[in-house]
Write a protein that binds this ligand. Structure first.
Ligand code: BEZ
Length: 239
């Protein structure tokens, strides 16, 4: 196995890139990524190690929220550089022994990739030597139904992820795609959305003169409109 040192180059996929392809063994059998997930959104995420507390709290939360992700046509795929038997033993322990914040008997049914060679973790820039050379950081890749990376978050080892934010990102990206809008700071479904400047995203010129119904322009570059939660979820929700 290649030794990591300061000069080892590390691939860092970027937003807009095709998700790097790989085949891997998981707790749910072999997967062919991202090919077999075409048509679904996917959150591919890494955690530093099995049998660690922050990761355990995250897995319990991911598994508990899996239905909410599924309503948004989003599948979950986890990864760490541990082996398959460690993954299986850890997930069994979570189900049988861990009760946390009202969650118990939690069964993780989404695939968890074994990556003992770190091949996948390296492809996705999940090994960040300043943080650890032997563990993946907490990476989150939001990948769209065409296999394109649409958002990336990296967290350090000590910081558990914010699941409201992960769901918010998914809804915001799907809203942007469905309605050709952008979403402002701290946006939540039901808040006003941003109508992009004229000429971009197929928005007509009339907007500049403030002629388009329902659009409020604070200045030529900053226009908003209402978009109800109802309209959003009617359009983007799968079930
Ligand atoms: C944890 O998940 O608790 C953890 C993992 C690696 C380093 C620090 C914390």
């Amino acid at each position: 196995m290649e030794q990591m040192n300061e000069t080892t180059s590390i691939a860092m996929p970027r937003i807009g890139d095709k998700a790097p392809a790989f085949k891997a063994v998981t707790t749910q059998g072999e997967i062919d990524f991202p090919k077999q997930f075409e048509g679904s959104w996917v959150i591919l995420f890494s955690h530093p190690a099995d049998f660690t507390p922050v990761c355990t709290s995250e897995f319990m939360t991911f598994a508990t929220l899996e239905g909410k992700f599924a309503e948004l046509n989003c599948k979950l795929v986890g990864l760490s550089v541990d082996g398959l038997y460690s993954h299986i033993a850890w997930l069994r322990t979570i189900k049988e022994k861990i009760a946390y914040k009202g969650m118990k008997n939690v069964e993780v049914t989404f695939p968890l990739i074994e990556d003992i060679t770190m091949e996948v973790a390296r492809k996705y820039g999940m090994i960040q030597p300043g943080e650890s050379t032997t563990k993946a950081v907490r990476a989150v890749f939001v990948i769209d139904p065409k296999g394109i990376i649409r958002a990336i978050i990296y967290y350090p080892l000590s910081l558990g992820r914010n699941f409201d934010e992960l769901l918010r990102i998914l809804v915001a990206l799907q809203t942007a795609d469905a309605f050709q809008v952008a979403t402002p700071a701290d946006w939540r479904p039901g808040d006003e959305v941003i109508v992009p400047p004229p000429g971009s995203c197929g928005v007509a010129k009339e907007r500049v003169e403030g002629k388009q119904e329902g659009i409020t322009c604070h200045d030529w570059f900053f226009c908003t409109k209402k978009l109800s939660q109802d309209e959003i979820f009617k359009t983007i929700r799968r079930t």
